[in-house]
Design a protein around this ligand. Structure first.
Ligand code: AMP
Ligand code: ZN
Length: 118
């Protein structure tokens, strides 16, 4: 599995940095965000190091589809599936991406307001 030795999420996936893990399989890992902005705030990440959506390749499509399937399972497991949740993938500077390893935020547990501030 391709990894970046300096990447914090690669280290979390490998268990070298502690996290509160909620799911892991051969393609993806899900763990609680360290700085939650909603009662449920989980990050779902590919086990393969991909810096951002700008770096996604056709060969990643199976794994990317699987991320949605895992999002559905995690939402169910954490009790937000019925009332709803938001999936966010920040990409690049204007989106405020801070960690350059693809991650899907799963947010829920309260009304989340409008999608983007005007
Ligand atoms: P983004 O702005 O989309 O790049 O989001 C990066 C997210 O990673 C932020 O919500 C951070 O709180 C979260 N984060 C950074 N370091 C850790 C960590 N060690 N464990 C869990 N979440 C983290
Ligand atoms: Zn990484």
């Amino acid at each position: 599995m391709h990894r970046d030795p300096d990447c914090i999420f690669c280290k979390i996936i490998a268990g070298e940095i502690p996290s509160k893990q909620v799911y892991q399989d051969e393609l993806v890992t899900a763990f609680y965000d360290i700085n939650p902005v909603a009662p449920v705030h989980v990050l779902i990440v590919p086990n393969k190091h991909i810096p951002s959506v700008n770096h996604v390749q056709p060969e990643d499509e199976t794994m990317l589809g699987h991320m949605f399937s895992v999002a559905r399972q995690v939402a169910e497991q954490l009790g937000v599936a019925e009332r709803g949740y938001r999936l966010i993938l920040n990409t690049g500077e204007h989106a405020g991406q801070v960690v350059f390893h693809v991650h899907m935020h799963l947010l829920g547990g309260r009304p989340l307001g409008r999608m983007v501030c005007r």
